[in-house]
Design a protein around this ligand. Structure first.
Ligand SMILES: [Zn+2]
Length: 346
């Protein structure tokens, strides 16, 4: 099979297209023929290397995928060849207290495909049978590869952690990112008023079309001043943070007293300047959030199947052009998701 591989850390040029032996499913496992695989910021971090973390190289990147079941190992009853599925990016032990209570991201053994073990940017991938889910009929393979990581992340941030309520004002930093385009829709669905930041007027129009009530171009407008204007100097109830270093201080300043900030990432860097007086004097709550739970999936799947929520695809590339896709992401040129496609095997 063909696969993208990170043989060593470095720039996009280190990515190689490898010809690898086809994997075979063991007991309780399925073999998925991948038709589309998502690209995430995580891919670029895995390629560049994460400070303080040793990753097992060489590694196949990619956390999201959709495709068809090609074969099943012994004991698999839930799937048959040809079934359309998508891949759950996270995996856990399935037996511990956290897993038993439906909080699988809190499992000690929780990991992400494409970070802790080989990922999905390959022609074939072997998975435990409970790590694939049925792809809703009305979704294409490309859409099936575009939603898992970012919608699960955004849903857990807003519905699970920050508990967004009707009437809340929600500021979404990086509204044009994968998580941002999901968060805009999810906040709206919960009856919130949505403010979103983007980096160009072109993206501003797209964020508006997606349902954002107020869009702020952070390159040309002071975000704090715009938020104060839009909220009558009050500030927002919730900030959705994924960028970290570049935006963190402003995000805290944009909150109303008693507001909540929920963070899932640090795409611009992990160490912001912070004045902790702002946190205690304003009595803000900061929620950390990573991925989501099995329960989140059951809710999300229905909304995606009904097309109440829609993955936003910026652009698709053939698998072999993974490096170009990563470059587009590194320059923050995309609105929504980048997806790699693979033609059917037969
Ligand atoms: Zn567990």
């Amino acid at each position: 099979m063909r696969a993208i591989r990170v043989p060593r850390h470095g720039g996009p040029e280190v990515l190689e297209i490898a010809d690898l032996p086809d994997p075979r499913p063991g007991p309780g496992e399925v073999l998925v023929e991948v038709r589309a695989a998502g690209v995430n910021h995580l891919d670029t971090w895995v390629r560049r290397g994460l400070p303080g973390i040793t990753l097992p190289l060489p590694m196949i990147p990619g956390s999201d995928a959709a495709g068809v079941i090609a074969a099943s190992g012994p004991g698999v009853t839930a799937w048959k060849p040809g079934d359309r599925v998508f891949v759950s990016p996270g995996y856990s032990c399935g037996r511990c207290e956290a897993c038993g209570s439906g909080q699988d991201p809190l499992c000690r053994d929780y990991g992400l495909r494409g970070e802790h073990r080989d990922g999905t940017q390959a022609g074939l991938v072997v998975l435990r049978e409970d790590q694939v889910l049925p792809l809703p009929e009305r979704l294409s393979f490309e859409e099936g590869a575009a939603f898992p990581l970012v919608f699960l992340t955004a849903w857990h941030m807003l519905a699970g952690r920050a508990r967004v309520r009707p009437g809340d004002d929600v500021l979404i930093q990086a509204g044009g990112s994968g998580v941002g385009t999901a968060a805009i829709q999810i906040a709206r669905l919960h009856g919130a008023r949505v403010l979103a930041t983007v980096g160009s007027d072109d993206k501003a129009a797209k964020a508006k079309a997606l349902g954002a009530d107020e869009v702020i171009n952070y390159r040309t407008t002071d975000v704090l001043a715009a938020v104060r204007r839009a909220t009558g100097k009050r500030g927002v109830d919730i900030v959705v943070e994924s960028t970290g270093q570049d935006t963190w201080e402003k995000s805290i300043q944009c909150l109303v007293k008693g507001g909540r900030l929920v963070t899932c990432g640090a795409t611009s860097g992990p160490k912001p300047d912070e004045d902790i007086r702002r946190i205690f004097q304003k009595q803000v709550t900061i929620y950390g959030s990573t991925m989501g739970t099995r329960h989140d999936w059951t809710q999300l799947n229905q909304l995606l199947a009904a097309r109440t929520l829609r993955p936003v695809i910026d652009r698709t590339y053939p698998l072999e052009e993974a490096a170009q896709a990563q470059e587009r992401m590194a320059h923050a040129e995309q609105f929504g998701k980048l997806v790699l496609t693979i033609p059917p095997l037969s």
